[in-house]
Write a new protein. Structure first.
Length: 218
């Protein structure tokens, strides 16, 4: 096992791994930043973990009953990626990154999603996140490009544009709460157990995933 040095990195540094290796790049090259951490081994960037404010404040309100003005300290783990040839154990890196961000901010809870098309979130299971089921079914607008390909809408108007609505993939919801005074309204569920697909390149370390057995979390 190789232990990395973890430190904050710039958005440009994060792009150097996110663009070639993260599965969402083929849908959208844009991503939010906030507290960006990189894992370095021999001064070479091996992995990236990005925390930022919640993408959907209404979801946090539904989870904890907190208004938009009361959500400081609630973070979302928005991007996680590693080099496919690294010896790094990704769950170890996430644990180190969470430790670092808690030095910068009074973190009350961390929310993360696992895209059900690719993986079930075994990394979060190994880190004792609680599981709260799948997100509700929704659809996204995809713009048709001049070359016949499609690009998913992220921001702005869609009225009058050429394209089509497509079902949005549902996400597994994971939550790790540090502030024990927070009470979630969500109902905890059993960890999902599915075969990872494209995202399997990011799962490493026998111990973490063999120990992530089906068990109740409440």
């Amino acid at each position: 096992m190789c232990k990395p040095i973890v430190r904050q990195i710039t958005k440009k540094e994060a792009e150097s791994l996110l663009y070639p290796y993260h599965y969402l790049t083929k849908e959208s090259r844009g991503f939010r930043t906030g507290y960006n951490y990189g894992a370095f081994i021999d001064d070479v960037l091996q992995a990236v973990c990005i925390f930022h404010n919640p993408s959907v404040p209404e979801l946090v309100q539904g989870c904890f009953g907190l208004t938009r003005t009361d959500q400081r300290g609630i973070l979302e783990l928005g991007r996680l990626v590693k080099r496919p040839d690294t010896c790094l154990i990704l769950s170890q890196f996430v644990a180190m990154a969470m430790k670092e961000v808690r030095k910068e901010l009074d973190v009350k809870a961390i929310l993360s999603y696992a895209d059900s098309r690719y993986h079930a979130g075994y990394i979060y299971q190994s880190l004792n996140f609680r599981y709260y089921g799948l997100t509700d079914p929704k659809s996204d607008w995809w713009f048709e490009q001049e070359n016949g390909t499609f690009l998913k809408h992220t921001r702005g108007k869609v009225k009058g544009s050429k394209g089509e609505w497509r079902p949005r993939s549902r996400k597994h919801r994971y939550l790790l709460t540090f502030d024990k005074t927070l009470q979630t309204k969500w109902i905890p569920q059993y960890y999902p157990k599915e075969n990872n697909k494209e995202y399997k390149q990011y799962d490493t370390g026998k111990v973490e995933y063999k120990e992530a057995v089906l068990r109740p979390v409440f």
